[in-house]
Design a protein around this ligand. Sequence first.
Ligand code: UD1
Ligand code: UDP
Length: 357
Amino acid sequence: MEIVHIVGARPQFIKAAPVVRALQRRGAGQLLVHTGQHYDREMSEVFFKELDLPEPDLNLEVGSGTHGVQTARMLERIEAALLKRRPDWVVVYGDTNSTLAGALAACKLGLGVAHIESGLRSYNRSMPEEHNRVLADHCADLLLCPTQTAVDNLRREGVRARIELVGDTMYDAILSFLPRARKPAFADKLKLKPQAYLLATIHRPYNTDNPEALIALVDALSAAGEPVVFPTHPRTRARLTEFAPDFASRASTIYFVPPVGYLEMLWLERNARLILTDSGGVQKEAYFLARPCVTLRPETEWVETVQAGWNRLARGKDEILQAVAGDSWPTGSPPPLFGDGRAADRIAEALSKVPKA
Ligand code: UD1
Ligand code: UDP
């Protein structure tokens, strides 16, 4: 069996790591293709090192660009790579432009497409991720869903291809890597005390690309009255520098640090009193680690975490501050909604039935 994985953005390295390992155990032929969507060391290379992922076999070096340019470059280069290899499966992850380009290139060549983290929906069509995931799902031959909600979403859309509920590979990853969680060097310098700081990440265009929205978020974090560790995505740093060049000095309780590696992020998440984020992956990790999460979005794909009471949606300063100050968060262990930590094994099993056999 021959498998080509298409990855390109930070969360995809994390989602792919357990799958690559499960397939290695089965002796499958694998080719890891990095589109080059993320390229800074701290957005890419660090994850390959920390997650024991093999170096990419191929880096397509597409870099940044508008959606059309970036996706088109990927499509052209992925097609050329697939034509050389003609694998049984092309595996795509999540909902980025790399996901869409991989699914589309493979589907047009008549190759089997497997979509991991299939079936997620925000029903917010202004999000680039929503286009990517809907289109990838409708290209795919094998839809590998993390939750029952995702399966139900696909059934409602009348998807006819093979759908399997496998669990979430980010849950597999956290179970493997949490014992290696590592305190960042800046933690002592900042005198971070467990359960006495907030952790924030923001990178969605509707939060970062509008000056009013971004400045309002920073003001809300500043007004929380607690130290905030803010690993800053390059998109967000660029927008902050553009809209409020004095952002770091204006918000003295917010520590804008560069993006951290996965092991340091796990340490920061586990020890935070509360997490504020617009990230999909970080919402889930907050849930896995039983940390209260405030999602800085009008909606979320991970509705189960909200229903379970561990995640609250908040937009606007008042809502955010209310959620941060709130003390009615659940306690104990959240119900296991994302599988049993063996999603990657189930995926490897599902891939052993090749599509065109
Ligand atoms: C992308 C995904 C998003 C995902 C996120 C994970 C799309 C449409 N969006 O968003 O779904 O949640 O990755 O982090 O695929 N940049 C750098 N260095 C890098 C990468 C990016 O400086 O290594 C800067 C560039 O200025 C670039 C901007 O960040 O234009 C945005 O990068 P891009 O990959 O287009 O989108 P993300 O916001 O990272
Ligand atoms: N992450 C990380 N360092 C950071 C920020 C995030 O390792 O500075 C990890 C985080 O733990 C999670 C993943 O990146 O596993 C989430 O990726 P991101 O927020 O970029 O994208 P999304 O999940 O929203 O697509």
